[in-house]
Design a protein around this ligand. Structure first.
Ligand code: UN1
Length: 511
């Protein structure tokens, strides 16, 4: 079995075959259903998790709040030291944790390791922030008055994360929530519970090393009942949700209804534009990673390829060759670039999307088949696929979370940008060009309407230093770098009178 074959990985991360407790609130427990975790390579059960319930969640909220009272009093650079310990613990566990991601999620090993690296990177970033969480000092209009801004923690950050980045998305939120003085409570995707247990164990040990209450970073695995309860709970002062636009729309409303703060990271329908003045070789290599990497299961995956008419045939020929060389298979095998889809349902989504392409008059130009022969027969494997479509087709307007790249042509830059912006989602976008005026138009007010606006790099694979997120139906949230940390804080505007008199603002004379 998968477990026996990789026993050393599981054991080094403290995981068992049957008895994994899926709730941590300072103690490991779980009173919910026992849920198996499957290996998407062969749909074998890897291990079982005793998941959490809304009762477990309720207790966890209390435990996080108790711990946060201690944590928030720590000077920020001291919080940084704790983050450094977490970072070092992750570095030590980089290989096994990366491998566990590959096993449970299905992405190839370098990408599994890569997303643990993102958590390491954001902890380094947060360590830096711990010396730089600066507020403004603002000139007061009154004599003998000082005006300044303070940034204090909101309290508890609820994190609901998706299957596709089972480590990194939690990591971005956790690192920034912690440095700003918050506690966290995490509800991972039900299908990547093992990864969440392993991560929580590593983080808890780091807290313990500093004699801090380990319940600061709680975990409650489980289904949508736990997710809904967390969303509705006032004690989740910030609710960071990564997932579909449909669920996110409801999450946003519920959190707004209780005047909580939400950070929404929802669907993408990312486009990459190829102009006739770009380096086509570079573009082809970027497109391969952007469209096929992670088997098309990143929210930043390129779904739409918008190519200037005059270079379309040449580029597509190159891509066809490149696609044919992509090895699909076990994500732990050397040389494999495309692992399985995460679930069997995703294989159905792939089939349906291709059916719709044909119904709407599009064409499959590469791939298009479910791979269910030979060694791949028990897994969720599909061929990375390219289609030829028109930009306004319904299937192109909607995101399917599978490795299908819809290709289309354009004549003028304005037309290309209009196509880029024509979908409901607004996460990531990229243009390949060597023309400076194209670049500045693209990043300007009449350019891409996405949150991530790239030039000569793929749509995916963002660094942690920038703010990550998107506009429109992507939800508007920003995580990770830049000033995203502010969302985890309450901003205090403080006006301090040291004049001994009482001049009022706006020159008002009162009594
Ligand atoms: C996601 O797919 O949810 O930019 C996150 C990227 C990664 C993160 C993706 N750094 O592709």
């Amino acid at each position: 079995s998968t477990f026996d074959k990789h026993r050393s990985v599981f054991e080094s991360l403290g995981l068992d075959k049957t008895n994994n407790k899926g709730v941590f609130d300072g103690e490991w427990k779980g009173s919910g259903p026992v849920v198996p975790s499957y290996n998407p390579v062969n749909n074998e059960v890897i291990a079982e998790v005793i998941t959490g319930t809304t009762d477990d969640l309720n207790v966890a909220f209390e435990k996080v709040a108790e711990a946060q009272k201690i944590w928030r009093e720590l000077p920020v650079p001291k919080r940084g030291h704790v983050l450094l310990t977490m970072r070092n613990a992750l570095v030590e566990n980089l290989q096994p944790l990366g491998k566990l991601v590959a096993l449970e999620m299905g992405k190839i090993l370098p990408e599994g390791i890569g997303e643990v690296q993102e958590y390491i990177d954001i902890l380094e970033y947060a360590l830096g922030l711990s010396r730089m969480l600066q507020g403004a000092v603002i000139p007061s209009e009154r004599p003998g008055h000082a005006m300044l801004e303070t940034w204090n923690p909101l309290g508890t950050v609820g994190i609901i994360s998706a299957f596709n980045f089972p480590v990194a998305v939690y990591g971005w939120n956790c690192a920034i929530a912690l440095v700003t003085g918050n506690g966290t409570i995490w509800k991972p995707a039900p299908t990547t519970s093992l990864v969440s247990i392993a991560v929580t164990r590593i983080i808890a040990k780091a807290l313990k090393d500093h004699d801090l209450p380990t319940s600061l970073c709680a975990l409650v695995t489980g289904g949508s009942d736990v997710g809904s309860a967390m969303t509705a709970d006032k004690r989740a002062h910030v609710l960071s949700f990564t997932g579909s636009t449909n669920v996110g729309r409801e999450v946003g409303k519920v959190v707004q209804g209780r005047f909580g703060r939400s950070i929404l990271e929802l669907g993408g329908n990312n486009a990459l534009i190829v102009t006739d003045d770009c380096d086509l070789d570079l573009a082809a290599r970027a497109i391969l990673f952007a469209a096929v990497g992670t088997a098309g299961q990143r929210c930043t995956t390129t779904r739409r390829l918008i190519v200037q008419e005059s270079v379309y045939d040449t580029l597509i020929e190159r891509l066809k060759k490149a696609y044919k060389q992509v090895k699909v298979g076990d994500p732990l095998d050397e040389g494999v670039l495309c692992g399985p889809l995460h679930t069997k349902e995703a294989v159905e989504i792939y089939k349906n999307a291709l059916e719709r392409v044909k119904q709407e008059g599009g064409e499959i130009i590469v791939g298009g088949k479910v791979l269910d022969d030979g060694p791949l027969k028990h897994g969720n494997f599909v061929e990375p696929t390219m289609t030829r479509v028109r930009p306004d087709m319904e299937v192109v307007q909607n995101e399917s979370f599978v490795p299908i790249l819809h290709t289309m042509t354009y004549k003028t830059l304005d037309e290309a940008i209009a196509i880029n912006n024509s979908v409901a989602q607004g996460l990531s976008s990229s243009i390949f060009t060597s023309n400076p005026s194209t670049i500045f138009k693209w990043i300007g007010p009449s350019g891409s309407d996405c949150g991530i606006i790239n030039v000569n790099i793929p749509t995916n694979g963002a660094e942690i230093g920038g703010a990550f997120g998107g506009e429109k139906e992507t939800g508007g949230g920003r995580e990770s770098g830049s000033d995203s940390w502010k969302q985890y804080c309450r901003r205090g505007t403080c006006t301090i009178n040291y004049s001994g008199t009482l001049p009022l603002a706006q020159g008002i004379n009162f009594g």
